[in-house]
Design a protein around this ligand. Structure first.
Ligand SMILES: [Zn+2]
Length: 208
């Protein structure tokens, strides 16, 4: 009878856990695990503590819906931000891109996704109620900029949001300008183009 090498269970669990991440194939996951175990036990400790802490302590900011350690995140509680403009983005990564480009000094709302009917993701799944309530009850907000991606789903989301938010006549709804190629994702747009898209943003027209 041949002896077949079987990797220890805990090792397999770790490989499979890393393999769940986007862009990490089984091979890369295994390489990472062996690297940590062989050469960087301290790194393994740091990683495991960071994972536990993130899982235990990160919550959603009650205002912008992004990840935060407090009920209201640092951006939402910063008195130097322009609280008259609310920028809607799909993901926390998009928010980070805008933050690091220093283009925008208003407040955000993070959808944590986009409308995708084929995947069963509709307004309910994305909790649009929370966003609508935020936009309608915060009397400081004068403008909402819809900065979803320029993909088909991002555009559908933008159109839908524009429709429901424009019921409130006290708010101006804008969409990032079309200097950005169709199909683009905010995360991969250079900061110059992004800055122009903000400056040249267009008031949305509702087609009925
Ligand atoms: Zn916040």
């Amino acid at each position: 009878m041949k002896n077949k090498f079987v990797e220890p269970d805990y090792l397999v669990d770790l490989v499979q856990a890393l393999n769940r991440l986007p862009g990490i194939g089984l091979k890369s996951a295994r390489r990472m695990v062996y690297h940590l175990l062989q050469y960087d036990i301290e790194g393994l400790e740091i990683l495991s503590k960071a994972l536990i802490n993130a899982n235990k302590n990160l919550i959603r900011c009650i205002k912008c819906n992004s990840f935060s350690c407090q009920q209201i995140c640092q951006i939402c509680s910063n008195p130097d931000r322009d609280n008259t403009i609310l920028c809607i983005v799909e993901t926390p990564s998009d928010m980070n891109v805008l933050e690091s480009s220093k283009i925008f000094n208003g407040l955000y709302y993070v959808l944590m996704g986009k409308l995708s009917p084929l995947d069963g993701i509709g307004p309910k799944e994305l909790n649009f109620e929370h966003l609508i309530e935020r936009a309608n009850t915060d009397k400081n907000i004068l403008e909402v900029i819809i900065a979803t991606n320029f993909t088909a789903e991002g555009e559908t989301t933008a159109h839908y949001l524009s429709d429901i938010l424009s019921i409130n006549k006290n708010i101006q709804i804008s969409r990032l300008s079309r200097g950005i190629p169709s199909g683009s994702e905010i995360e991969y747009i250079d900061s110059n183009s992004l800055a122009w898209a903000f400056i040249e943003r267009k008031k949305t027209k509702i087609s009925k």
